[in-house]
Design a protein around this ligand. Structure first.
Ligand SMILES: [Zn+2]
Length: 262
């Protein structure tokens, strides 16, 4: 709290005035451009690494940047992420949804460990249920991120060489993904990349987005942040892999976005 209060004091005499001006501009002319899903990890500061500002993005954060599939909304218990999608894409007519995963994600590292338990015939149902009851994090991951784990296991079976197939905006818009083809990252990071891509299908599962997605008025993108290098990757459906966003690739990536999403 000490650090926080001192920070607020510094904010008051440095950026506050400029921010209030920006708030007024946004009130008169609100044009948010993206709904951005990312992890709660303290190292992830999306407005800094995308250099975005007041009024630019709606940001939704949770452990492991997971968007529950709509099948879990049926019981009306899981409402946060879909409510954010509705507020962003329907009420505010935002056209781009971005899911941003990252390396060394503690939630994904736990999900990776859970595979031994969730898929092991040695673990009894009661044991699994008790584990979930005492750990909301385990419950969250094993309910909503198991589909990512299943995809990871498909990759494992093929010794990480075969591509995976994901679904994006509509069931017809499937895409192929080679996960970490240069084998630069750990298994946990590979799972994190898979989990990021899996969310595209989960987002598209919501009926209230269906028309917008079918008419190509709403687009879903996957970003991945490598914490220890600071590099950011965009999933390219043309290249079928995460491509580093740098001086060499950025124009190509922008052209692809225009081609695919116009
Ligand atoms: Zn994380």
């Amino acid at each position: 709290m000490d650090k926080l209060l001192k920070g607020i004091m510094k904010y008051r005499c440095t950026v506050k005035e400029q921010m209030v001006k920006q708030f007024l501009d946004v009130r008169d002319n609100p044009t948010p451009k993206a709904v951005f899903f990312t992890c709660i990890d303290s190292r992830m500061i999306p407005t800094r690494f995308t250099q975005t500002n007041v009024g630019d993005m709606f940001i939704v954060r949770n452990a492991g940047n997971v968007i529950p599939h709509s099948q879990h909304f049926m019981d009306e218990l899981t409402t946060n992420e879909p409510a954010a999608l509705e507020l962003g894409c329907v009420v505010n007519d935002i056209r781009h949804i971005i899911v941003c995963g990252h390396s060394d994600c503690k939630a994904i590292n736990l999900l990776y460990q859970l595979q031994d338990q969730e898929f092991s015939s040695q673990t009894s149902y009661e044991e699994l249920r008790d584990n979930r009851r005492i750990s909301p994090l385990r419950a969250w991951l094993s309910t909503h991120a198991l589909s990512s784990l299943e995809k990871f296991q498909q990759l494992e079976i093929t010794d990480y060489s075969k591509p995976l197939i994901f679904q994006a905006e509509t069931p017809l818009r499937k895409f192929v993904a080679y996960i970490d083809p240069e084998n630069k990252f750990t298994n946990e990071d590979k799972l994190s990349q898979i989990n990021t891509l899996q969310q595209l299908q989960n987002i598209a599962s919501y009926g209230f987005l269906k028309k917008r997605l079918e008419k190509h008025e709403l687009h879903i993108h996957a970003l991945w942040f490598d914490i220890y290098t600071g590099d950011i990757y965009l999933f390219s459906r043309g290249a079928k892999k995460f491509v580093l966003i740098d001086e060499d690739n950025v124009m190509k990536l922008l052209q692809e976005i225009e081609k695919y999403y116009s």
